[in-house]
Write a new protein. Structure first.
Length: 277
């Protein structure tokens, strides 16, 4: 084999030159949370990160309040160059800060019923129910829309649902930390229980006769969104008080579930303006 000037194989030298730098890894057992808003949401709910990466330079001054609060909570603060944060976040916008924290857990079904029994807000409940949404990017986007619309909680079934993982948190941009996500064992039975609390269940289906804008979301409401393509499951559909659809004027027959969720939720917001606590 041909040798280089210092006795090293030339082929090995070329391979080393072509080798890409290793991606910085997430510490074992933790989730990475990216961006100022998401990290602030963590701290506001009392979930202090174990480790906080802060971009070296100007970001350390700009984010001084967040850093101080995390340090007071026991977080280990680590300055890192921007390229390391970029490689870790990939397409996500880290805004100079990444928190490493324990994975999120779903809220229990029991806690949902306790909350409804002792409703803490002046405005009536507005809940989002996701039936069969298994894609983590869609789930994260739905949570982001739910947070923006002031939804009081998101309900998902134990089966046929996306996990509440790091990708969901990344897409949700802080909403996964601020919106309670309740996991129920049997969705149809949970919807029946919601009715006992006076919650009106509105499902979305392409074959519905009523349009979204004909629905009444001014009172206690739960909006049910089904999976793309298949829609709601039969028992979920049968548990709904009414079905609505979006008016589709173009050539496409349906929208991405997260887009449709945002449209439907903000119709509820429009109707409920002035009633929020």
């Amino acid at each position: 084999m041909a040798q280089g000037r210092k006795g090293k194989p030339r082929d090995a030298g070329r391979a080393a030159a072509r080798r890409k730098p290793e991606l910085p890894g997430v510490p074992g057992g933790l989730d990475a949370v990216f961006g100022v808003h998401a990290v602030r949401a963590l701290l506001q709910r009392g979930d202090c990160p174990r480790i906080l990466w802060v971009q070296e330079g100007e970001a350390q001054q700009r984010l001084a309040d967040v850093i101080d609060r995390a340090r007071q909570g026991g977080a280990r603060i680590e300055p890192h160059p921007r390229d390391e944060l970029d490689r870790l976040a990939r397409e996500a916008s880290h805004q100079g800060i990444v928190a490493f924290t324990a994975p999120l857990a779903f809220e229990s079904e029991t806690s949902l019923w306790f909350k409804l029994e002792a409703w803490p807000y002046e405005s009536p409940p507005l809940l989002l129910v996701l039936d069969g949404v298994t894609d983590v990017h869609n789930f994260g986007a739905c949570l982001r829309s739910a947070d923006a619309a002031g939804v009081h909680g998101v309900i998902v079934p134990k089966d046929k649902a996306a996990p509440l993982n790091a990708t969901v948190r990344k897409v949700a941009c802080g909403a996964a930390e601020s919106v309670p996500v309740y996991q129920v064992t049997n969705l149809a039975r949970a919807l029946a229980r919601l009715k006992e609390f006076g919650v009106w269940i509105t499902g979305t289906a392409g074959e519905a006769e009523a349009m979204l804008f004909e629905a009444d979301f001014s009172g206690p409401s739960a909006l049910v969104m089904g999976a793309e393509g298949k829609g709601m499951r039969r028992l979920t559909r049968e548990a709904c008080d009414g079905l609505v659809k979006l008016p589709m004027a173009g050539s496409v027959s349906s929208l991405n579930v997260s887009v449709a969720t945002g449209i439907c939720l903000f119709e509820a917001v429009r109707q409920r303006r002035g009633t929020e606590a």
